[in-house]
Ligand binder design. Structure first.
Ligand SMILES: Cc1ncc(COP(=O)(O)O)c(C=O)c1O
Length: 343
């Protein structure tokens, strides 16, 4: 699912659970200050569990879980993790128990993504750790996984953000889908910009770009706007992850290789840290809402769009250029205290 006919051949032989509800729209957005046209790939509309980018990854992660006859899913994230919420929804749909390891303490009242996690029937394991203590959170994921193994629950355990080579396949499919949409609209694009945190979306996109290059489809360059310190300083290694993802495709077109030069991370829009709001992201959230009617969040897509607007203001694009912003979702965290900027 999730791509236009023909391109699914590349995924033959790879376990995949159909979770994305269909091809996501590629919409015309407002014109940027430079006069360049903005296009928005609406991956906030992937469907399952309020949608977002992780549904694409979960198609392959859950496919692998089913292939291993797993009975449960375990994953980990920040307290308001979108990835955890979509994993909870995927587990509900596929009949798998879901355990989520989250930062922070259990609040008196669940809100935003956590409210949906519970609605989807997931078990929440609050660690008391701060959001960005990713290493400590991963250790708790491992211990929850070990306990489930001991209990005979055959868990499929997913690292933070679902950013394994298997998960990255979701954005190989996502890039191929976008490339085909651009071809159909005869739009020549200067850059595809998205928000990056654990790097798997980025790895999948550059892997998809390598496939498109190899088969002669439009292959615009990818720019990741980093919203977590790890991805900004180069961990994980996106090039390696992308090439690992390609190696999982039995029908990968010859010549599909990701080079270091394909991997561009812009760390200028992170601000003080992951999930700490920035004035530029708050401006971008108001800009998107008031000119395009889109909802962006302060942790991910608001910072991502601030990168687009900032690069445009710095003279990167001009009238006649086309730029795609992938809206990766994150909408439920708008409904928590301080989820939107001052209006
Ligand atoms: C809304 C949103 N955008 C972007 C990302 C970044 O994706 P990745 O972790 O694959 O880099 C996430 C990750 O959780 C997300 O929730």
């Amino acid at each position: 699912m999730g791509e236009i006919g023909g391109l699914s051949n590349f995924f033959h032989g790879v376990a995949r659970a159909p979770l994305v509800s269909g091809v996501t729209p590629l919409e015309r957005g407002p014109v940027l200050d430079s006069g360049a046209k903005l296009w928005v790939k609406r991956d906030d509309l992937t469907g399952l569990g309020v949608g977002g980018n992780k549904v694409r990854k979960l198609e392959f992660l859950c496919g692998a879980a089913q292939a291993e006859n797993s009975l449960s899913l375990v994953t980990v994230g920040a307290g308001q993790s979108n990835h955890c919420r979509m994993t909870a929804a995927a587990g509900a749909l596929l009949g798998l128990d879901v355990h989520l390891v989250l930062s922070g303490e259990r609040p008196e009242r669940l809100e935003g993504n956590q409210l949906l996690d519970a609605l989807f029937g997931a078990q929440l394991h609050f660690t008391g750790e701060p959001d960005h203590h990713w290493g400590a959170l991963e250790i708790v994921r491992e211990s929850v996984t070990d306990a489930l193994i001991a209990d005979g629950k055959r868990p499929y355990s997913i690292p933070i953000g679902g950013s394994t080579a298997v998960g990255a396949l979701g954005y190989v499919a996502g890039y191929l889908e976008l490339s085909q949409q651009l071809m159909a609209k005869e739009v020549d694009v200067s850059a595809v910009v998205h928000t990056s945190s654990s790097g798997g979306t980025h790895a999948g996109l550059v892997a998809g770009q390598a496939v498109c290059r190899a088969i002669g489809m439009p292959a615009p360059s990818v720019i990741a706007v980093g919203v977590a310190k790890g991805v900004v300083i180069g961990s994980p290694d996106v090039t390696t992850l992308a090439n690992e993802a390609l190696s999982l495709l039995p029908n990968c077109p010859p010549g599909s290789v990701v080079e270091e030069a394909d991997v561009v991370v812009d760390g200028d829009w992170l601000g003080d840290d992951y999930s700490v709001p920035t004035p530029a992201a708050d401006d971008a959230i108001r800009w998107a809402a008031r000119r395009g009617g889109w909802v962006l969040d302060r942790v991910y897509s608001g910072k991502g769009l601030s990168g687009v607007l900032g690069r445009d203001a710095a003279g990167e694009w001009a009238a006649g250029d086309n730029v795609v912003f992938i809206h990766t979702g994150g909408i439920p965290s708008v409904f928590v205290a301080a989820g939107v900027p001052e209006l």
